[in-house]
Design a protein around this ligand. Structure first.
Ligand SMILES: [Fe+2]
Length: 118
């Protein structure tokens, strides 16, 4: 389940209203190497937001919402670490690493399509 779905489910449980809309314009990046850095910046922002919201939930004696946001912080910290690995690999191996990533993705997609065929 996506984070937004978990948060929406909690809001609905608390009898709140949910309006799903993009919080900002999608930034178009054309430099592949800049993508993990941009993603990592977004992870940092999510970690800050979820931590702040967990604190607010605690202040309002809402332990289940606090727990939800703490779990989301754990997810985002894991994602942040994954982007750290990606940035290290790109720095270490350059375009060869990116080419290998592309090949692996193609293999995965091919295997998925092959499984779906009758
Ligand atoms: Fe994330």
């Amino acid at each position: 389940m996506l984070h937004i779905e978990k948060i929406a489910e909690r809001i609905l449980f608390l009898k709140g209203d949910v309006e799903l809309k993009a919080s900002r314009e999608v930034e178009k990046l054309h430099d592949v190497k800049a993508m993990p850095q941009a993603a990592q910046t977004l992870e940092e922002q999510s970690i800050r937001d979820y931590n702040n919201w967990a604190i607010q939930c605690s202040a309002h004696a809402d332990s289940m919402s606090k727990k939800l946001f703490e779990e989301l912080v754990m997810d985002e910290e894991r994602h942040y670490a994954q982007y750290d690995n990606e940035l290290e690999n790109v720095a270490k191996y350059g375009n060869e690493y990116l080419a290998l990533q592309s090949i692996e993705r193609s293999k995965t997609l091919s295997a998925t399509v092959a499984v779906k065929k009758p």
